[in-house]
Design a protein around this ligand. Structure first.
Ligand SMILES: Nc1ncnc2c1ncn2[C@@H]1O[C@H](COP(=O)(O)OP(=O)(O)OP(=O)(O)O)[C@@H](O)[C@H]1O
Ligand SMILES: [Mg+2]
Length: 112
């Protein structure tokens, strides 16, 4: 099992979710986050002055899935979250050591 953690633009959540619905997934978590990547934020102009905004609003989307589903889920996210501009986000994939379904006590791939 793997956890796919995708940092995406907030306005890309709906198209990404619609694409995930098509490829299939068993659950997701969504967190509003702030962060920055290589550019360390953006410079904004206001009344002639420049302000450095170092933290930008993003969404963190987390999906735990079978190893065999990682490729299609990543593809759905990439194809629908991408604008081609800096700040499109990143995808991190983690190994899941164990998953337990609280209601039934099941452990492993069956919980998904
Ligand atoms: N190395 C990192 N560690 C943790 N979070 C990161 C890292 N890089 C990016 N992020 C997260 O992803 C969000 C979007 O990052 P961003 O897409 O700007 O990355 P980037 O490497 O600067 O790529 P780009 O050059 O396309 O902008 C950040 O706001 C942050 O939340
Ligand atoms: Mg960036």
């Amino acid at each position: 099992m793997k956890k796919i953690e995708a940092i995406i633009r907030p306005d890309k959540y709906e198209p990404v979710r619609a694409a995930l619905e098509v490829v299939g997934y068993s659950g997701l978590m969504l967190t509003e986050i702030q962060g920055h990547g290589k550019q360390k934020g953006i410079v904004q102009q206001w009344r002639g002055d420049e302000y450095k905004v170092t933290l930008i609003n993003k969404l963190k989307l987390e999906i735990v899935c079978k190893d065999s589903d990682v490729a299609k889920i990543k593809k759905a996210i990439i194809e629908n979250a991408r604008t081609g501009e800096v700040g499109d986000g990143k995808i991190f994939v983690y190994d899941i050591l164990e998953a337990t379904k609280i209601r039934t006590g099941e452990i492993g791939d069956d919980v998904l």
